[in-house]
Design a protein around this ligand. Structure first.
Ligand code: PLP
Length: 408
């Protein structure tokens, strides 16, 4: 009989979202008329911006003409989209990133896991705890970790705890590491990293000859002027960092799919015999072999995110979610809870009340307020005692959820 990839068997069985679904289903069976409000999963809820939709419609009609029809596009993405990205997201912020260094993809989730394809097995890996589960699971699946150990941690990974105790600032690892996953603004904690904190990581990575995998999926939600939107705002980052960006959360492309990775041409790794290898070349080769690009229609939609209408519509979307976030935060503080995040990210990270753990608080909110959130422990051992509420919902639902929690 064929063999399966045994690494998959190391994965944690009772994964977070299925367990949430199980508990919610169980609750609904007993309370079929309950009006549940979901502030759990990190998916957007507002419609696609009009500018993006119009651009996609035009692109569909173009595809219906002989002259406008397009087959396979460049695996790296269309030049016109990469130019807009380089100009608007990077050069406008003083980051020296060229269109050639941008690779369009169908998601940051895929990019942040696929990147392991071009990196060796022997790299020592650091993740924050709590963490976006994709970084950990993709390392497990590709055989880069040991077995699942106590507290749901995997052998072989270096965990960097982030909690109120360190102000949600990961500390530099005590043992040397080669790959560091950082996500700012952070999912799940909603924390952001200052210029100073990011500089600390860039300096560390350059000194260690390590690589930072920087996930900036939530950069559009940054409200404070002084918080960097890109790792490349930090001197030296071109020598040590890959950045992942996505149209999912800012432009509502979670169902439409478009994202990109930035691989500066100044990034190198070593081959076994000690030769320097350009990471850009490997990623270009990887994408050209395993990927056939994102739909022309969708790339035109993403391009429209950079038009003046697109920018203002996205700004409105982000403001809408951030108003939800503020509403959640202020209501919970009034209700006597201790909360973090929510100022520069669409996530509010709640310290669960004394005497409860993350899952007890989950059940409590589900039963008493019919509100579904996400237990912090599902994102890692150091997330125990915390709970995530997301700002992705209608104003009415957020307001109702907060009224119910206030009444508890
Ligand atoms: C939502 C999210 C993304 C975006 O993923 P896509 O595949 O582009 O939709 C990336 N990173 C984090 C941490 C996220 O929460």
């Amino acid at each position: 009989m064929i063999q399966v990839n045994g690494n998959y068997l190391k994965l944690k069985a009772g994964y977070l979202f299925p367990e949430i679904a199980r508990r919610v289903t169980g609750f609904m069976e007993i309370n079929p008329s309950a009006d549940l409000i979901r502030l759990g999963i990190g998916d957007v809820t507002e419609p696609l911006p009009n500018a993006c939709r119009q651009a996609m419609k035009l692109a569909i009609d173009e595809m219906g003409t002989v002259d406008g029809f397009r087959g396979y596009g460049p695996e790296q993405g269309y030049e016109w989209l990469r130019q807009k990205i380089a100009q608007n997201d990077f050069q406008a912020r003083g980051c020296e990133i060229s269109p050639e260094e941008i690779f369009i993809s169908d998601g940051s989730k895929c990019d942040s896991s696929n990147i392991l394809d071009i990196l060796g097995d022997g790299n020592r890996i650091a993740v924050t705890d709590p963490v976006y589960p994709v970084y950990v699971d993709s390392n497990v699946m590709s055989g880069r970790t040991g077995e699942l150990e106590e507290e749901g941690r995997y052998g072989g990974l270096t965990y960097l705890p982030i909690s109120a105790a360190n102000n949600f600032e990961p500390e530099l690892p005590k043992e040397p590491v080669d790959l560091i996953y950082l996500c700012f603004p952070n999912n799940p904690t909603g924390a952001v990293a200052t210029q100073e904190q990011l500089s600390k990581w860039v300096d560390y990575a350059n000194k260690q000859e390590a690589l930072i995998l920087f996930d900036a999926a939530y950069e559009a939600f940054i409200q404070s002027e002084e918080i960097p939107h890109s790792i490349y705002e930090i001197d030296g980052a071109r020598e040590c960092a890959i950045e992942f960006r996505s149209f999912s959360k800012n432009a509502g492309f979670t169902g439409t799919r478009c994202a990109f990775s930035v691989i500066p041409k100044t990034l190198f790794g070593k081959s076994k015999d000690g030769k320097l290898v350009e990471l850009w070349n490997l990623w270009n080769r990887r994408q050209s072999t395993k990927f056939n690009g994102v739909s022309y229609i969708i790339q035109r939609g993403a391009e429209a995110a950079y038009s003046s209408e697109g920018k203002s519509q996205i700004k409105k979307l982000v403001s809408f979610y951030m108003e939800n976030s503020t509403l959640i935060k202020t209501s919970l503080i009034e209700a006597g809870l201790k909360v973090f995040g929510g100022d520069n990210a669409p996530y509010v990270w709640i310290k669960v009340p004394e005497g409860m753990d993350s899952w007890t608080f989950f059940d409590y909110l589900l039963q008493e307020a019919n509100v579904v959130g996400t237990p912090g422990s599902g994102f890692g051992a150091a997330g125990e005692g915390y709970f995530r509420l997301s700002a992705f919902n209608s104003r009415e639902n957020v307001q109702t959820a907060m009224n119910r929690i206030a009444a508890l």
